[in-house]
Design a protein around this ligand. Structure first.
Ligand SMILES: Nc1ncnc2c1ncn2[C@@H]1O[C@H](COP(=O)(O)OP(=O)(O)OP(=O)(O)O)[C@@H](O)[C@H]1O
Ligand SMILES: [Mg+2]
Length: 297
């Protein structure tokens, strides 16, 4: 990869307005959300292209999960609107319920049905009418999905409480993949996995989603994950998206010093980070994003 001086990179977009785009899958315009007297989202704007992959990073409590729940249709925005494929699904008096949005959601805690086995949890997401062999074909598809998330097919008979936290997370991923959604929302789906399994599972999931052209939003605290997974990174701070752009630009050109407890390691923000980061960090893992040309973002 040719090294490009960070000083020649374009300025990141800060809290951009949402420009209408024909290629846009998801459009969030000026969305706010309150819980009692607490303003949790304070005017969020975001556009995600069809088939695009966006990582949302930010400190704990900044509103990342709340934003995903609004997109999925589990919460109503107080003001503003959300559109999918150019059609408004929430806001301005419009409301499309979650089950009609073609959105897959892997919750931060997995949220498996405790009374169902692993197989039944995954089958819940399957459209058996679409499967070759109907209900009989479901068993094969469940095994395939379990393999995709590195779980043994024999696990299908267990119940969630008989699994570790990381195994439950992977079943939740398999269940969401089974639905073959157009838009996938992943809320820290790999957080309970150890480093090796995390990379392997992330690669397997990214491959499946890319192949199917699924638009994806991933919430993560892991810088390497954001860089290897996403073609756009959005930084959430205090209920607002403070910065949105190409991952390389976002990570090398923060608008201000990062907040405490942020997703970035302190060493990458010290005065020397601009000079060292591309060599020391960028080259360490394969990156989904490509360097933008000067003048673009
Ligand atoms: N249903 C709810 N009722 C009241 N307050 C809520 C509710 N859901 C979230 N909150 C509050 O909204 C704020 C944002 O929560 P959210 O879960 O979106 O943060 P987050 O960025 O996902 O954090 P984390 O990285 O820890 O998962 C927090 O202060 C939280 O306590
Ligand atoms: Mg969260």
């Amino acid at each position: 990869m040719t090294e490009q001086s960070p000083s020649r990179l374009p300025e990141p977009r800060i809290a951009p307005s949402v420009a209408p785009s024909t290629n846009s899958h998801l459009q969030i315009a000026d969305v706010t959300k309150n819980f009692a007297s607490q303003a949790v989202l304070k005017g969020v704007n975001l556009s995600v292209a069809k088939g695009g992959t966006t990582a949302i990073v930010g400190p704990s409590g900044s509103g990342k999960t709340t934003l995903l729940r609004l997109i999925a249709g589990f919460e109503h925005p107080a003001t503003g609107s959300i559109s999918l494929n150019g059609t408004k699904v929430a806001g301005d008096g419009v409301w499309l319920p979650a089950h009609r949005r073609q959105v897959g959601y892997v919750a931060q805690d997995g949220a498996l049905f405790p009374h169902l086995t692993v197989g039944q949890n995954i089958a819940f997401g399957l459209d058996t009418a679409k499967l070759a062999g109907g209900r009989r074909g479901a068993a094969g598809r469940i095994s395939e999905l379990l393999e995709m998330v590195s779980l043994d097919a024999a696990m299908a008979k267990r119940r969630p409480h008989q699994l570790s936290g990381g195994q439950q997370q992977r079943v939740a991923l398999a269940r969401a993949l089974a639905r073959e959604p157009e838009l996938m929302l992943l809320d820290e789906p790999f957080s309970a996995l150890d480093a090796g399994l995390r990379v392997a599972t992330r690669r397997a999931v990214a491959k499946v989603l890319n192949k199917a052209g699924v638009t994806t939003i991933l919430v993560t605290h892991d810088q390497a994950e954001a860089l290897s997974f996403a073609d756009q990174v959005a930084v959430m701070r205090g209920g607002k998206l403070a910065q949105i752009g190409n991952p390389f630009v976002v990570y090398t050109r923060p608008p201000t010093a990062p907040p405490r407890n942020s997703w970035a390691t302190p060493s990458s923000w010290t005065p020397g980070w601009k000079a060292h980061w591309p060599r020391a960090h960028w080259a360490e893992f394969p990156c989904a994003a490509r360097l933008p040309r000067a003048g673009s973002s």
